[in-house]
Unconditional design. Structure first.
Ligand SMILES: [Mn+2]
Length: 325
């Protein structure tokens, strides 16, 4: 599964080497894997080729400032650039490339393949995170690494694997991490404060979810979150996507989902997690998708929320049926 694809890494390196303007983009609503990967790759390219213009673009998120700063540039001023797309399989979810003129794409992503195909394409579901893929690329090519780059990658891996608890974690994940830790002396304990410190209001939000979640007899947990509750606690809608990961390993739950209403875009956003049933195919039926055990969906009609919940419940029931065979 993990034969290192040196030839692919050579092609990626060659393409990077041949461009002077390089723009690195990732998905909207970024997480530490998306931003960490982007910043790590930008800084690695800059270390390797100090004279290139390399930009990590997309809207910043103040919560993730510790990962480093993004580049605010007017992409329309760039001629003939190389676009590197990270951690996202479909054009519609790439942040900030609408007005960018680019002639080639490198894609690096661990989501199931969708419409983005790179001229050089490194797409695989076998990695915990895009950061794990970037780490492998840098460690096996002429691209350079330093402690900063290694730290960004470490945080991306730790975050997307939920500290190696998610089912996307492999021996390879640990192999990559041990190299980052050993060769670049990462002070990993201090990074956990950045990744995991939270406000007491977030604890209260988790308590609200715990108090109000419905659990079906098939092991589906769900909650349509009231925006007033989020506002009362001084949080924003991204709080749901943080809290969702805290509900793993609950005996009564195989799959759980939170629904929030995005007033600005008039759409319901659904976060889905699982520790058994594969959920991304159901999510794909509701303008979503993602990983086998961590997906999301976007719903515009309220009736479809019930349908999605029913579909997920059925998935749990089928899963239980198989488990009991
Ligand atoms: Mn990711």
């Amino acid at each position: 599964m993990f034969a290192i694809n040196k030839d692919l890494f050579k092609q990626i390196y060659k393409l990077i080497k041949s461009y002077n303007n390089i723009v690195i983009a990732r998905h909207i609503g970024p997480d530490p894997d998306a931003i960490g990967s982007q910043i790590a790759l930008r800084d690695s390219i800059k270390l390797t080729f100090p004279n290139k213009n390399v930009y990590a673009i997309g809207a910043g998120v103040s919560r993730f400032k510790y990962l480093g700063s993004l580049d605010k540039i007017d992409v329309t001023t760039l001629e003939d650039s190389l676009l590197i797309v990270l951690d996202v399989p479909n054009f519609i979810r790439v942040d900030g490339i609408e007005d960018l003129k680019y002639s080639k794409i490198i894609k690096i992503d661990h989501h199931p393949k969708e419409d983005i195909v790179g001229d050089v394409d490194f797409t695989s579901n076998n990695y915990s995170s895009t950061a794990e893929m970037i780490a492998e690329l840098i460690l096996n090519s002429k691209l350079m690494m330093d402690t900063n780059v290694a730290e960004s990658l470490f945080m991306g891996i730790v975050s997307d694997s939920e500290r190696f608890l998610f089912r996307n974690t492999t021996v390879h994940t640990f192999e990559i991490v041990i190299r980052l830790l050993k060769d670049y002396q990462i002070d990993f304990l201090s990074l956990y404060d950045k990744l995991y410190e939270k406000g007491f209001n977030e604890c209260k939000f988790e308590a609200y979810i715990t108090d109000n979640m419905t659990i079906t007899e098939n092991g589906l947990g769900y909650l349509i979150i009231d925006n007033n509750e989020i506002e009362k606690l001084g949080l924003d809608s991204s709080a749901a996507s943080v809290a969702i990961n805290k509900f793993n390993f609950i005996r009564e739950l195989y799959c759980w989902c939170f629904v929030t209403y995005d007033e600005r875009n008039e759409i319901y956003k659904v976060n889905i997690r699982s520790r058994g049933p594969v959920v991304n195919e159901v999510a794909a039926n509701y303008h979503g998708g993602g990983h086998a055990y961590a997906s999301g969906a976007r719903i515009s009609k309220k009736d479809d929320i019930d349908k999605l919940i029913n579909d997920l419940d059925k998935l749990c029931s089928d899963y239980l049926g198989k488990e009991n065979e």
